[in-house]
Design a protein around this ligand. Structure first.
Ligand code: UD1
Length: 362
């Protein structure tokens, strides 16, 4: 029996791994698939509820590394994951996305000579001040096989000298999860609970260090959100990082901004699919809104997911008051993209990945 291990650590990883786990079930006679959770995210709303919503099994290993500086967190993950790899000797390690857990585990498994693959490979913002960009570059420099979600991923890897035979354009496993969970989202009652009407509100998320760690930038953004809420109510599920900064600054918001804690996956999908418009600085939400056909304004100077702008509903704007309010005014005037779905975002990416892994490493 062969064994593959997938690594999850932070919120955006769970929905990328759940469909991979399901796809391995088709090879149950020859492959065992296990999940390791580093514990980078540990709050129930940031972690546990995702396992329930995505019907993922409990991880076989939970490392419980928690928060810390990047060096500390990455180092703790490496120490823990090395022990797991030495003990269980997997035939393949699967890392996803661009969080600290991704690069930490890739470094460990590649150095142990374990075949290592990266799901969501090749994305580049070309902004090295983003921790995720360093994680992406370092991971892609060392892994054996690259699974890409969009054309830019393929182009970037070729430009960086990766052999074309190791790059596989398979689509987007996060969109597999979206397809899987949408029926549950349709039954979820969060809109009723918050008293919201379909397409009657703006959904906001903000958690990038560049937007929330500097008091002036965060105050400016919250002022913009307050202005946006004068046109239609704003629902703002607050990431723990942002919550902490807001508390430090003593910032409060008017009742037209529904400040709620980070919500579980199915609830967030429900909020996204019924939003009139989404304002975010997230990576993944740019893709999910494109898949749902919901207009999205991304307050960042760069995106590592250009297909969401070129093909989808996403508009990238400077994270400044003028630029965001201008984009909102354009939306209010009915000038927004309807977009279409990027190639292979069809709900079957994980099956393609697992077919390739099992063929390659059998
Ligand atoms: C991480 C990822 C980022 C991803 C984001 C989604 C890296 C470098 N960044 O950023 O790519 O978009 O997750 O959420 O890996 N905290 C809690 N409870 C938790 C998790 C975090 O309270 O369950 C708080 C802690 O105070 C922590 C802070 O949030 O210090 C930041 O968490 P961390 O995992 O370091 O980074 P994120 O900002 O969540």
């Amino acid at each position: 029996m062969k064994q593959a291990i997938s690594v999850v650590g932070a919120r955006p990883n769970f929905m990328k791994v759940a469909p991979i786990h399901r796809a391995f079930a088709r090879y149950a006679s020859s492959w065992e698939h296990n999940i390791v959770h580093t514990g980078q995210h540990y709050d129930a709303a940031m972690s546990d509820s995702f396992f329930a919503d995505l019907e993922m099994p409990h991880p076989k290993w939970f490392m419980g590394v928690g928060s810390g500086s990047h060096g500390e967190q990455t180092a703790k993950i490496m120490v823990g994951f090395e022990e797991i790899c030495l003990e269980s000797r997997p035939d393949c390690v699967i890392v996803v996305g661009d969080v600290n857990s991704t690069v930490a585990c890739a470094l460990v498994s590649v150095k142990l000579g374990i075949p290592t693959v990266h799901v969501e490979s090749g994305l580049r913002s070309y902004d090295r001040s983003m921790p995720e960009e360093i994680n992406r570059l370092a991971t892609d420099a060392i892994v054996d096989e690259h699974f890409v979600t969009e054309q830019s991923g393929l182009d970037n890897l070729i430009r960086e000298g990766v052999d074309a035979s190791r790059i596989h354009f398979v689509g987007n496993t996060m969109i597999d999860s979206l397809h899987y969970a949408l029926p549950k989202a349709a039954r979820c009652e969060i809109l009723e609970r918050l008293g919201l009407a379909h397409q009657g509100y703006c959904l906001v998320t903000m958690h990038r260090p560049s937007n929330v760690d500097h008091p002036e930038q965060l105050s400016m953004l919250l002022g913009v959100i307050e202005q946006v809420s004068q046109v239609r109510p704003v629902v703002f599920p607050v990431h723990p990082r942002t919550r902490k900064k807001m508390q430090e600054l003593g910032i409060t918001m008017p009742p037209s901004v529904y400040l709620i804690d980070a919500v579980r996956y199915v609830e967030f999908l429900a909020l996204m699919r019924s939003a009139a418009v989404v304002l975010t600085d997230s990576g993944g939400i740019q893709e999910e809104t494109t898949a749902l056909g919901v207009p999205c304004i991304t307050a960042r100077t760069t995106t590592e997911r250009p297909s969401t702008c070129e093909l989808g509903t996403n508009v990238l704007v400077e994270p400044s008051a003028d630029a965001i309010l201008h984009a909102m005014a354009e939306f209010d005037a009915g000038r927004h993209k309807s977009g279409f779905i990027p190639p292979l975002w069809d709900g079957h990416a994980a099956e393609r990945i697992v077919d390739l892994i099992t063929a390659h490493y059998s």
